[in-house]
Design a protein around this ligand. Structure first.
Ligand SMILES: Nc1ncnc2c1ncn2[C@@H]1O[C@H](COP(=O)(O)OS(=O)(=O)O)[C@@H](OP(=O)(O)O)[C@H]1O
Ligand SMILES: OC[C@H]1O[C@H](O[C@H]2O[C@H](CO)[C@@H](O)[C@H](O)[C@H]2O)[C@H](O)[C@@H](O)[C@@H]1O
Length: 297
């Protein structure tokens, strides 16, 4: 029989929204499951989504030189769908049986396709049906970041350096600023957040929503809120399990990006005004020409 966690929660997120410090601190309570990124290894590649996939559509060959080599492929052997689900339940549960997981919007399709292979779920089931069929009681937590420029810069840096968590000993080449990559990631993150919000609204779901800009000032408080909402009790709330990565370079890039975006927008507006002026002049000339011909006839 398929294992069904009685009490479960899913942290719905976008990359670089503060989800890992939240999840790792929840995990450190010992009572709130193991909310790992269970669904990040994708079926088409056996890897988490890679830099070139996130950046598909950015038109600059130089970008390739900035991306790290692909991550190793995880060999899943011949794990059956039911063995996959038993593993996910095991890896996501704390000793009290509570299950936790983190799902990025861009892992939804892969997750539902995998889950669709399970008996009783069915191919083609959407996220809502999959969750209903796999879990008893499932609570949703949504983490988002207001400042999507800072979020995209954090993402672009992590894509290049593969430093997804703070590690003072990490050795990697310094990341390079790239306007097109950051701009593309801002749009991508905004689209993924909009998709989460649409999914919540369409299903009448009301997740417990946490905004990074508040969460970062009180990670333990946010963890306490989630733990209480699950009806769990914990003695002392753990301190944040990770340190922040943002530094002077992130701040400089944010300022540079905003200036560059404003300049580009002004240029587009100016070009548009010039084009409109030229079109207006052509129209007036054509009209005058028409009037002249009319007069001659
Ligand atoms: N303790 C603490 N306080 C405040 N902020 C923190 C903390 N720990 C991690 N972070 C910041 O969270 C950002 C990473 O977000 P995610 O964990 O969602 O990224 S991931 O896509 O899952 O790798 C990333 O944001 P940036 O600092 O802007 O790079 C992390 O630094
Ligand atoms: O490699 C792309 C993936 O990178 C992130 O995941 C990695 O960092 C996370 C935070 O430290 C960690 O929870 C995860 O296990 C790591 O693989 C990102 O969160 C993924 O969405 C992304 O596909």
């Amino acid at each position: 029989m398929r294992p069904t966690p009685e009490l479960a929660y899913l942290v719905c997120a976008t990359q670089r929204s503060g989800s890992t410090v939240l999840c790792e601190t929840l995990r450190a309570t010992g009572v709130a499951g193991q909310p790992l990124e269970h669904f990040e290894h994708l079926r088409h590649s056996g890897r988490p989504r890679q830099g070139h996939e996130y950046l598909a559509g950015v038109d600059d060959h130089a970008l390739e030189g900035l991306l790290p080599p692909p991550a190793p492929v995880r060999d899943e052997g011949d794990e059956s769908p039911s063995a996959w689900w038993s593993r996910i339940v095991r890896e996501g549960s704390s000793a009290n049986g509570v299950w936790g997981g983190k799902l990025m919007w861009d892992h939804v399709d892969d997750f539902t396709a995998r889950a669709g292979q399970l008996d009783g779920v069915g191919a083609g089931a959407g996220l809502a049906e999959v969750l209903d069929r796999l879990f008893g009681e499932l609570r949703l937590v949504y983490v988002r970041r207001e400042d999507t420029v800072a979020q995209a810069i954090s993402f672009w840096r992590a894509i290049q350096t593969q430093a997804w968590r703070h590690d003072p000993d990490a050795k990697h080449a310094p990341p390079a600023y790239h306007y097109g990559a950051i701009d593309h990631l801002v749009t991508l993150l905004e689209q993924h957040d909009a998709a989460w919000q649409r999914w919540f609204a369409d299903g009448g779901r009301e997740p417990l929503t946490l905004v990074y800009e508040q969460l970062r000032d009180d990670v333990s408080g946010a963890v306490g809120e989630i733990v209480r909402s699950l009806g769990l009790t914990v003695g002392e709330l753990p301190a944040p399990a990770l340190s922040r990565q943002r530094d002077g370079t992130s701040r400089e890039w944010a300022q540079r990006f905003r200036e560059e975006r404003a300049a580009r927008t002004a240029e587009v507006v100016a070009d548009g005004a010039l084009a409109a002026e030229a079109a207006g002049a052509r129209g007036a000339e054509a009209e005058a020409g028409g009037a002249r011909e009319g007069a001659v006839a």
